[in-house]
Design a protein around this ligand. Sequence first.
Ligand SMILES: [Zn+2]
Length: 339
Amino acid sequence: MDLTHRPRRLRRDGVRGLVSETSLEPSDLIAPIFVDATTSERIPIESMPGHERVPIDESVTRVEEVLETGVEAVMLFGIPKSKDAEGTRAWVEDGVVQEATRRITDETDAYVVTDVCLCEYTDHGHCGPLEEELRGEGDHDNGPACEHDPTLTVDNDATLESLERIAVSHAEAGAHMVAPSGMMDGMVAAIRNGLDDAGYQEVPIMSYAAKYESAFYGPFRDAADGAPSFGNRRHYQMDPANAREAVREVRLDAEQGADVMMVKPALPYLDIVSAVRREFDHPVAAYNVSGEYAMLHAAAEKGWLDLEAVAHESLLSIKRAGADLILTYFAEGVAERLG
Ligand SMILES: [Zn+2]
């Protein structure tokens, strides 16, 4: 047998590290944290083992736990003490994320990213205030937001004003970066203008640029109490069938001044991560979502998968596809083993 090319030569111990193409570091990871203004004690999230909703008083302790693992950044989600149709608790000075951000940035060295959206703050659970949908005659193919009231949808332009106020209120509280997740057209430009006018030119925007209307978000909705009370989000989140549209969405956000481009979810959308990596020179983030976390945990509980191994392999694959940073519920566990 005369084999000139034997790739196995480079798979031996001693050399495999030298030729490894992808590395995973704790500094690549952002840990999502849920702060809940309605509770005075930690509440475990059943569908996301190891994760909890924490009261504002515990937010610093929770972030210190993350920092001990080597992860340096957190993403804050808030559950407000009350909700209304407009989601007004999202931008008030004494809001749950604003209060937690002030404490965390005062007392820790964590890099604090805040979620900028309305779905946890509106009583209907949609990502902005609602309006009657304008529909052309005979136009029945757009899909109703609601079976019971097919004329309601999120008012895009009214939502932009709210997103601007939320982002500025987070920056005032000390947030290092803001991350709008609502998939409203023009959201990055609105937030950039708002931040700049308020003197926060240095606060970067990580846009959920290509966020799909995915069934993998289920466990998060338990965690953040943000499930829509009717209908779904297909009028504003992307159709899972579309890849070229993702590149277009990212391009629009790039033009509006987004600093980091996120693809969400991650594992079922690695082709999108890879396409965004190829097309843009911005840092690319991927959100390894709650369903991706929950399914590995469920299989591991049954003894069908080795949790540590599949968690590491999942995050490595997301980096290999082209992500620079990963939001993941595995952040602490994986970082501890890397450290
Ligand atoms: Zn939302």
